[in-house]
Design a protein around this ligand. Sequence first.
Ligand code: ADP
Ligand code: MG
Length: 622
Amino acid sequence: RSNAEKFEFQAEVSRLMDIIINSLYSNKDIFLRELISNASDALDKIRFLSLTDKDVLGEGDNTKLDIQIKLDKEKKILSIRDRGIGMTKEDLIKNLGTIAKSGTSAFVEKMQTSGDLNLIGQFGVGFYSVYLVADYVEVISKNNDDKQYVWESKADGAFAISEDTWNEPLGRGTEIRLHLKEEAGEYLQESKLKELVKRYSEFINFPIYIWASKEVDVEVPADEDDSSDEEDSSESSSKEESEDEDADKSEDEEKKPKTKTVKETTYEWELLNDVKAIWLRNPKEVTEEEYTKFYHSLAKDFSDEKPLAWSHFTAEGDVEFKAVLFVPPKAPQDLYESYYNANKSNLKLYVRRVFISDEFNELLPKYLNFLLGLVDSDTLPLNVSREMLQQHSSLKTIKKKLIRKALDMIRRIADEDPDESTDKEKKDTSSDNNEKKGQYSKFWNEFGKSIKLGIIEDATNRNRLAKLLRFESTKSEGKLTSLDQYISRMKAGQKDIFYITGTSKEQLENSPFLERLKKKNFEVIFFTDPVDEYLMQYLMDYEDKKFQNVSKEGLKLGKDSKDKELKESFKDLTKWWKTALSKDNVDDVKISNRLDNTPCVVVTSKFGWSANMERIMQSQTL
Ligand code: ADP
Ligand code: MG
């Protein structure tokens, strides 16, 4: 093409395309899901803009926010078209090739180790999956702010962009034309595409149509040499006009009552999805399978792993909203890496069914960032900017309710898990709960740190979060246990909850600090995660019981009658020792009943750092 401008793909993108086009990955179906998801995103964007500016939608067909799939069996072209926001020339250059997304190299790396393309959407490079099935792709796009352009590439390291002077004008939106590879012929079958759309795109909130062939009985005039009969046969090859043809005919019919019935192949737009949003339905009527599938579509994760839990509810009162929350089965790799500077939430915000944003951090506190889901509110205003919305007073109420519901949902994982039950009988006999068995320890392994961060950050919900805490102890026998369980095992007269911090359970088990406590049969919690030291600066008490670090001053194991006597008789020794070690090294030297075999031990003062904290602080400054 004479007006084509050539561009090189950014190196990492080029590598990715190379891998994809040569991939032997068997599940090539995923490309359709990615294209439909992009079309849906583009439609969300234009609908959002139209809230504050009605004119952006234009008129006529342009106002129809839908997705259309069409096949050209002869030319082996599959096209997917949307009336979304479209791309300007600059958008095409940037989004489809020259600016690599942050996930590109991460995905390339992952591909080389696992070869599993299923997660491509999560890495923000889903578009390139088209090269699983096509060796030549055209993207025709029209954005309100620019002319219509064509992007095209054969995945050979380069792409071209031309002003579109030959295709039909799109009005607005994007059409992706896939020139299918020889071996991808199955995607020219309507039935295959219908099945895929139904399987993968059930939760797309825009109608998806396919230009489907249909065998229909058509009434034609009985009179053989009628001129309109000839017209019929000439028009049936032109698919676009078959609808008009029907309309013409019915007029004809009225005039000529003598007709006969013949079979004919016509084409029409067939709707493939039910656009009633799952969150608007009654939770009682939504099946477990539907929630699981909905989770997969939100997470862009199409493995067969189930979410660990979900909560679907309606909030009423001053602020009305519906929400669905999910606990994923696994934490993303970077969940804590980017914790403090991440500006990302996994909750989608809708206002009256209209998608607003998935970058709204105001809905959940950071420590609940691992949850997925959506909120649809009728109370929030529709016709304001995102910035205005961010400051809306209702958000605080929504957030408060979401946190409550989220913590309830997490607690339910524990409540339903037979492994968590202290009731021995229940543990052994409940077979119907087998599916829930071990779910809480799974949750804890993936997201325990988030709960700890919550205890540190969220004073209001500290107690609720502390209930969710799990740890090992001198009596937990290698299993996880909870504070409630600890309390149920406390000895008569025991006032405090005892714990010790360190690098590992093995190291702590031999600590001299435990000698006496073990001998006296007191239970001591092991805190071995670096974050635990911080945690215990915030978690002062639980159910009216104070926490006592057994390596710190203040440990009370009950009165011993000999205490006073001993103190008295060793007075000279402790006095001498204190001066010998000097004030710079120790605060005090005391007789203690905390040890058994070990003669002496260094104890940290009540408000000082524990030895473990010293170690953590040192490793951080290095
Ligand atoms: P992601 O959807 O995660 O952003 P993709 O690789 O699927 O990643 O798409 C890359 C980008 O290309 C999108 O972010 C979007 O800007 C643009 N894009 C792709 N398809 C369309 C479309 N149908 N309409 C408008 N923009 C699109
Ligand atoms: Mg995408």
